[in-house]
Ligand binder design. Structure first.
Ligand SMILES: [Zn+2]
Length: 519
């Protein structure tokens, strides 16, 4: 026996089996009962929500010899031969979008129906018709023969001319609710003897985004693996990420578990889960949590504002995924920034102080560390100062453009993700001040200044020196700079080499004193 895909096999042939569009079905049935049939309908809505199926059942019902309560009887001559009926004409505008096809259709429309009461034209994806085809269709819609009915279907109603819309009765199909999809999937799985877990059913419903056709196609695809359909199987087959995974991830954020959170992200990276789906699910989950807080006033570790910020940050990340950087790195940065900014900050601070103490402990063992810190601080001061000597708006514009150009051409993943996370806030002809959005990046960036500068200056023929600071520090520096401008205090250029030399000498002193060898 020829295999029929599930969605065709279980395509509803009566109104009762169409899932989720109760209001539309009721209105259409009433129009049949009351014999108020219009000459043109437009069914709009997302894919897989039952537009074409409804159009077919409706055309069957209007021609049925003994309709029962607005539904086709399924027994009369017309109902039985519905599939072969030459008076039900289906056109896919996506493949026949020319004016010739529409003209041929209009020629044909003049002829009376061969056996039913009406000739029905179902034009799928009608928004794909060309302008001249639309014009030809419009002429027919303006004066339709009494026996003709048009049912136009579209996933993109915005692209259907208003002149066409104004001639049609419009029905907006809604995404099908998950629980309705689950119910139908369950029925079909039982009939087909497909073994499937409840959470797998939920996952399929979620993935199909309110479209029954997609849900059934997924079920079809998964049932071919020849084992019980579980959440794990779905994750493996569809490279998706389950609701359970998303719960874990959001819980790790809520529990301020930075390590746990980064481990999970890395796991998803290795599993090559689809990044867009991941972000979309995170946004859905976070917004559910935010809504719960607003509704029930639940006391959680994160508040409503936190979730709102998280959602905005995640949504923004979708704009960045076209740039040739590992998307998961961006997500890591975003989440680290979120940990920093959320109401959990107090906990984070405690965490940071501990590590500082640990550092001091370490530095007691190795005196070189403290000296290095003061050296870094000096370099930050010098470079900010040197930038202010000749900071100009035109240099800033140039520098910003150079960074943008670098981001679109370079393949240095790590440097790119650092630069992507930072903004040039001031520039002279030689010095750039950059603010890192994520404070964790400041230390990393300043430690690899030479590497970043070399990579950046290389192809541009520039000779920029950079320094990375936090936005708080930048605000302070900017304030001071403006005050100095007011009192006309000028900045003097400081040679870095002098300081570095003297620093090196003092470091050597320390080494000599402590008899530590330079590595
Ligand atoms: Zn019938």
């Amino acid at each position: 026996m020829k295999y029929k895909v599930l969605y065709r096999k279980y395509r509803p042939d009566c109104f009762e089996n169409i899932v989720g569009q109760e209001y539309i079905i009721k209105t259409l049935k009433n129009s049949i009962i009351n014999n108020h049939i219009s000459h043109a309908y437009i069914f709009s809505g997302p894919r897989g929500t039952g537009k074409t199926t409804t159009a077919k059942v409706f055309s069957k019902a209007i021609n049925c010899l003994n309709p029962k309560d607005g539904s086709p009887c399924g027994e009369c001559e017309f109902c039985r031969n519905f599939q072969e009926n030459p008076d039900i004409i289906e056109i896919d505008a996506a493949s026949n979008n020319g004016v010739d096809e529409i003209r041929a259709l209009i020629e044909n429309i003049k002829l009376a129906p061969t056996n039913g009461k009406y000739k029905v034209y179902i034009i799928d994806e009608v928004h794909m018709l060309s302008t001249s085809a639309f014009n030809a269709l419009l002429l027919t819609l303006e004066e339709p023969p009494a026996h003709s009915i048009f049912i136009l279907a579209t996933t993109n109603i915005e692209n259907v001319p208003i002149t066409i819309l104004s001639r049609c009765q419009r029905y907006d199909f809604q995404k099908i609710k998950n629980e309705d999809i689950i119910k139908r999937l369950k029925e079909i799985s039982e009939l087909e003897k497909i073994e499937i877990d409840d959470d797998a059913l939920e996952e399929i419903a979620y993935l199909s985004e309110g479209g029954m056709r997609d849900a059934l196609s997924l079920l079809d695809q998964l049932s071919k693996v020849d084992q019980k359909i579980t959440l794990e199987l779905i994750e493996k087959q569809i490279k998706t990420i389950s609701q359970k995974n998303i719960e874990e991830l959001l819980n790790s954020i809520e529990n301020n578990d930075i390590d746990g959170c980064l481990n999970l992200i890395n796991e998803y990276r290795l599993r090559a889960v689809d990044y867009k789906t991941l972000i979309k699910k995170m946004i859905d989950n976070a917004s559910e949590r935010a809504k719960k807080i607003k509704k029930n006033g639940l006391i959680k570790r994160l508040n409503f504002e936190d979730y709102k910020n998280l959602i905005l940050m995640l949504a923004d990340s979708l704009n960045k995924i076209n740039i040739n950087v590992d998307s998961f790195t961006i997500l890591e940065m975003i989440l680290l920034e979120f940990f920093e900014e959320s109401s959990l900050k107090i906990d984070n601070k405690q965490g940071r102080e501990e590590t500082k103490e640990e550092k001091i402990e370490e530095s007691n063992k190795e005196p070189i560390k403290e000296d290095n810190n003061s050296f870094d601080d000096k370099l930050v001061k010098i470079r900010i100062n040197n930038c202010f000597v000749d900071a100009q708006k035109k240099y800033l514009e140039e520098a910003k453009m150079a960074v943008e150009e670098y981001l679109s051409t370079s393949s240095e993943g790590k440097i790119k993700s650092i630069l992507m996370d930072s903004n040039v806030v001031a520039s002279s002809s030689k010095n750039l001040i950059l603010v890192c959005n994520n404070v964790h990046n400041i230390e990393i960036a300043n430690k690899m200044l030479k590497e970043i500068e070399n990579s950046f200056n290389q192809d541009r023929g520039t000779n920029y020196k950079m320094i990375f600071i936090s936005s708080e520090k930048w605000e302070q520096e900017k304030k001071m700079y403006i005050e100095n401008l007011k009192i006309k205090k000028s900045y003097e250029y400081i040679e870095e080499n002098d300081i570095i030399k003297s620093e090196q000498e003092s470091i050597n002193d320390v080494f000599n004193k402590n008899k530590v060898e330079i590595i």
